[in-house]
Design a binder for this molecule. Structure first.
Ligand code: ADP
Ligand code: ASP
Ligand code: MG
Length: 438
């Protein structure tokens, strides 16, 4: 029998109506055996996600402020779902425990994780599935990194004892038992970990859009759905801000080559997007698969005559960054220039000492930092096969009268990265989309 793991995002579990949709989806196929829920998300624009309310509670408590008002809102979100679903369970004891521990400041991650934990209890009761606390099956090392092997061992063994179960997303535990979460959006990662441990045939990731779209729907009107995308393409896009799937959700399933199907809870019949290791044999990709982008970058540029003949120049430049604990994103270079693109947040409080060290270590003729840069990633496995894709991208941008600050093309020919001023970001994204999709 085939086995499916399903992850439902916050908007899919925002209220009782959404819980009903979720149950209908799960019950529609008997091979949908393991379910990973997020915490309830926004019910309408301007609403709060439970996870955000929990973070707010923690912050209030650590500032010595009262938490009652926010905590009552959280209790009410769950109680209303339980009432509307006609369930007979009560979370009163759980709330009491969580409230008490927030006041004793047990750690920000613990508090944030309770959104998924409670969501899991309610969903398991509603589906009639077993509840498996993620703290008992998902593990982190002392240094905070995810312990993939121990998790896979314990989780596989645990799942084998449960025909059908709900495992809350987003968190696990440290060797000393304290709770640790993945970064925001991390329930996608849990879903992937469960899919690997269950040796699932497919990992269905249910959200509020009908698949991975060629561009962010908040930037481009009605973007087309991508039918098939490879893990590699997806990682490039999600790293660069296409938030529909957490960028780390690829790793656990990649080795086992388990496909991920992005599906829409509000339109279950739509085929969604298949994320695969290798595209099908009859694959006819478009020149570009998708576009994504992010703001908030800085370009550090050094120029020096005859740089190309100076052995170790690049290494010393990067060493200066390393000394300040700054990681870089891209490194486009010319004969006598090197530009290093970094997230501007990495430079906070370090600018002057960093510049001083670069001056000391490479004695550049020119050295400057330019802020307010947006990066765009144009990604596509079809680029290798189609001549002139880069030319089309540049033409589209220049016809929109936008100045390109940097260009970086990976040697895999899977993507082209462009840096533009933040004020030009939206127009650049739209111009590229228009050029390739119309
Ligand atoms: P969930 O709560 O289900 O995990 P997220 O909010 O994390 O959902 O991700 C889905 C959202 O991602 C969409 O509602 C959409 O606004 C946004 N998004 C950004 N880029 C893309 C893209 N390329 N394709 C689809 N959705 C995107
Ligand atoms: N609830 C968590 C968040 O808001 C995790 C998730 O939704 O995947 O980030
Ligand atoms: Mg998400």
């Amino acid at each position: 029998m085939a086995l499916k793991v399903l992850k439902f995002g916050g908007s899919s579990l925002a209220d009782a109506g959404q819980f009903r949709r979720v149950a209908n989806i799960v019950k529609a196929e008997s091979d949908r055996r393991y379910v990973v829920p997020s915490a309830p998300g926004k019910r309408f624009s301007g609403d709060d996600k439970v996870t955000d309310l929990l973070y707010r509670c923690y912050d209030a408590s650590s500032n010595g402020e009262p938490i009652d008002e926010i905590f009552t809102q959280i209790e009410e979100r769950y109680n209303q779902i339980i009432r509307d679903l006609g369930l007979s369970i009560s979370l009163a004891k759980e709330f009491e425990k969580i409230r008490a521990s927030i006041l004793h400041l047990p750690g920000r991650d613990y508090v944030a994780s309770r959104g998924e934990y409670l969501s899991g209890i309610v969903l398991a009761a509603y589906l009639g599935y077993d509840f498996i606390d993620a703290a008992k099956v998902i593990f982190f090392f002392d240094n905070g990194l995810f312990d993939a092997e121990k998790t896979n061992r314990v989780l596989s063994e645990t799942l084998s004892k449960h025909e059908r179960a709900v495992v809350p997303g987003f968190y696990g535990s440290m060797p000393n038992g304290t709770i640790k979460t993945f970064s925001r959006g991390g329930s996608d990662v849990t879903g992937s970990i469960v899919a690997r441990a269950a040796k699932a045939d497919i990992y269905e990731n249910w959200t509020d859009v009908s698949g991975f779209l060629m561009a962010d729907p908040r930037c481009v009107e009605n973007p087309q759905v991508i039918d098939v995308i490879t893990y590699k393409e997806l990682r490039e896009l999600s790293y660069m801000g296409a938030t529909v799937l957490h960028e780390d959700a690829i790793f656990p399933v990649r080795f086992a080559k388990i496909p991920i199907n992005i599906k829409n809870t509000n339109d279950p019949a739509a085929p969604g997007t298949m994320i695969v290791d290798t595209p099908p044999a009859d694959d006819l990709p478009r020149p570009i698969t998708g576009i994504a982008g992010k703001m908030g970058f800085s370009i550090i540029t050094v120029e020096k005559d005859m740089m190309s003949t100076e052995l170790g120049f690049g290494r010393r430049m990067l060493e200066a960054l390393e000394m300040h604990g700054i990681s870089f994103e891209h490194l486009p270079s010319g004969i006598d220039t090197i530009s290093v693109v970094v997230a501007s947040s990495e430079l906070e409080g370090k600018r002057e000492p960093l510049l001083a060290d670069i001056r000391r270590m490479v004695s550049p003729d020119v050295l400057h930092i330019e802020d307010n840069i947006a990066l765009l990633a144009v990604v596509g496995r079809g680029m290798v096969k189609t001549k002139g894709t880069a030319a089309r991208i540049f033409r589209a941008i220049s016809e929109a009268s936008i100045n390109i600050r940097i260009i970086d093309q990976g040697s895999s020919e899977l993507n082209v990265i462009l840096g533009v001023e933040e004020k030009d970001y939206l127009s650049a994204l739209k111009a590229i989309y228009r050029e390739f999709v119309g």
